[in-house]
Design a protein around this ligand. Structure first.
Ligand code: FE2
Length: 342
């Protein structure tokens, strides 16, 4: 254990990080605390090196909570950013770090009062994601392979950003970097309007009342309002946030737009949103395989998705699996369990 902290941990604010985001075998640019009996205890200080065997022990100890002082957040984020640019680092390790960085951003996006600086930082993150996805096929596979974990809004936002960049890359090609960034940022921010929706409604286990459901359906509009005056967010990304629940056949919300009235990138993110909602493990069902998810989406109400974009997402559908989905499936409904029948 390292020397006693110079600051009083009881008066310091912390944020939590995952073990996999710490640089093993490298000099740390920030302190790391362990939460022991509810108290932060200095574990490694700035300048120390975290040995591989100690990191392994921490990973195996599922209850281990790692904390970094809030005032060293920038040093932590900078060390993640420089790792992503390190040519020596393996693709899989880089993709883990990109995701870890993203989780911290997303936490801030949903909890910080002033979203302007966080949104600007999130844009830098999406630029890193786009560079990574554009670099090679292995990077795409690695980032997408990391996506079948427990579901909650933060992870979901990061996954939707990744899938949206991948679909946009297929539709527009890697050379259209600006479009990939617009798609990724829109994907990352698509549910940001949920900041204004009561958590009691978002996490409700029982049936929603008509009023509660109407409030959930307000989240695209709330998101648009939150971003409207932010110059750092491209108009295309704002459109995505506002239109990601519109359906190609005009049956979606909030405005019942259809076809070309819906921004093309919003149509891309709508596909990514449902695909991730299906392929991610939830408390009430295991992750559905990508092939099954595509199959289910193929059978959804005709016209929910842009048929051409959906085709370019994946033209190969597996045989029917016996899993069906109600036509009113909504990636933002807490009631999915009612919609999936085996
Ligand atoms: Fe949504």
């Amino acid at each position: 254990m390292s020397a006693a902290p110079q600051t009083n941990p009881s008066q310091t604010k912390f944020f939590e990080v995952r073990v996999s985001s710490l640089m093993v075998g490298r000099v740390l640019h920030h302190d790391v605390y362990l939460l022991i009996s509810g108290q932060p205890v200095l574990f490694r200080k700035k300048g120390d090196v975290l040995a591989a065997d100690r990191a392994k022990q921490l990973r195996e100890h599922a209850a281990a909570k790692l904390l970094i002082p809030e005032d060293q957040r920038q040093a932590y984020m900078d060390s993640l950013k420089s790792a992503v640019k390190d040519p020596e680092m393996k693709t899989d390790d880089k993709s883990k770090i990109i995701k870890e960085t993203a989780y911290v951003h997303i936490h801030d996006l949903f909890t910080k009062k002033d979203i302007q600086p966080v949104v600007s930082e999130a844009k830098n993150l999406v630029e890193d994601m786009v560079s990574f996805v554009s670099s090679d096929v292995a990077a795409v596979a690695s980032l997408m392979g990391l996506s079948a974990h427990d579901y909650y809004t933060y992870n979901h936002s990061v996954d939707v950003a990744v899938y949206s960049i991948v679909i946009a890359k297929k539709v527009y090609g890697s050379d259209n970097r600006e479009i990939l960034i617009q798609a990724g940022l829109g994907g990352l921010l698509h549910d940001i309007g949920k900041r204004r929706v009561d958590l009691g409604i978002i996490n409700k286990k029982g049936a929603l009342t008509a009023e509660e459901w109407a409030e959930i359906k307000n989240h695209p509009g709330y998101g648009m309002e939150a971003l409207r005056d932010l110059q750092s967010v491209p108009e295309e990304s704002k459109c995505i946030v506002h239109q990601h629940h519109e359906n190609f056949d005009g049956t979606g919300y909030p405005n019942g737009l259809g076809g070309e009235q819906i921004h093309k990138l919003a149509r891309v993110v709508a596909i990514a949103d449902v695909f991730d909602a299906l392929t991610t493990k939830r408390s009430y069902h295991d992750a559905i395989s990508p092939n099954e998810a595509l199959n289910i989406m193929h059978g959804m109400q005709p016209g929910k998705f842009d048929p051409n974009l959906f085709k370019s997402f994946d033209q190969k559908f597996s045989p029917k699996t016996g899993v069906t989905l109600a036509s009113d499936f909504d990636a933002c409904s807490p009631q999915h369990q009612k919609l999936i029948k085996k």
